[in-house]
Design a protein around this ligand. Sequence first.
Ligand code: AHM
Ligand code: MG
Length: 338
Amino acid sequence: MIPTQTLSRFIHSQRKRYPDSTGELSDLLVSISLGMKLISQMVATAGFKGLHGYSGEINVHGDEKRILDDEADEVLVELLGSSGHFGLLVSEERDSVIATDASHNEGKYVLAFDPLDGSSNIGSNIPTGTIFCIYKKKDENRAAINDDFCQPGSAVVAAGYSVYGAKTSFVYSTGSGVHGFTLDPSIGEFVLTDPDIRVPERGTIYSVNEGNTAFWDDRVKTYVESLKRHDATEKGPYTGRYVGSLVADFDRTLRKGGVFLYPVDAKRPTGRLRLLYECMPLAFIMEQAGGSAINGPDRIVEITPSDIHQKSALITGSPSEVARYAAQVHAKGDVKGR
Ligand code: AHM
Ligand code: MG
């Protein structure tokens, strides 16, 4: 059977809806998906090549880098830095912003990415993935500057992620719905498998690293305990699921509903996850799918980052579940997205 909707055909069909579009965004989404195919192949074959280990370096967040973190980072910097579309790049694995071939001229966008999310799970056959977020420059008529990354979610033009698991999947949004693709290895193409993904209004799964309980605020402890009570839902307590790879936990939450939370705590007073290339893109996607994403008191997409590696809390998922968190932990009412 001939696949009717490969990623590139789908992106181009979407483009026809916008007669003024230049096709630039379509081109760069296809380039990003090529990077994901290359990284997926690297992850699948890393064991044979002895690439599962540590590189011996520590990244800006204090995490020990894996060899594959650097390899994935290099693939994306090389591929996207020379695409002509991005003035500057930010990678989780590099301290400073990265100049590109288009730094001084036409690059209309800036791009932030986590090349290999969940890399602490490498070697255990647990899913990892790549997350990206594309922002439009504040001023198209000048070269990109670091400040172009310091914008809220309203400046995001596209965001997406891949999961390298039992299958390789790619999910993205340009602000008109969320679409999911699966890599068909026989033809080397992402094929549309999940058009217009919508998160369920409610869910019965909660996802959190409960090993951090001792550091949580009492209200977070009470909230999580409330999910485990026999009468927490009509069917009983919520089910716990925590992979420890954000892309995998997020992907499940998006499709099945429920709540993922990584709140601030006494050990991580500014949160564990990163705003620019983890929380912002995933919040953009979750809201596009009808869900919610907050840092506790505020919607993630309303936050203006002040630093490229800024950390954040993230509570995201079904609108009812995130609202329950906001009400119980922050005494907040309406946290729904757009
Ligand atoms: P990474 O980008 O270096 O892989 O770190 C982020 C990861 C997320 O994938 C995951 O949600 C989180 O760290 C897990 O943290 P913890 O081990 O504290 O539960
Ligand atoms: Mg990550």
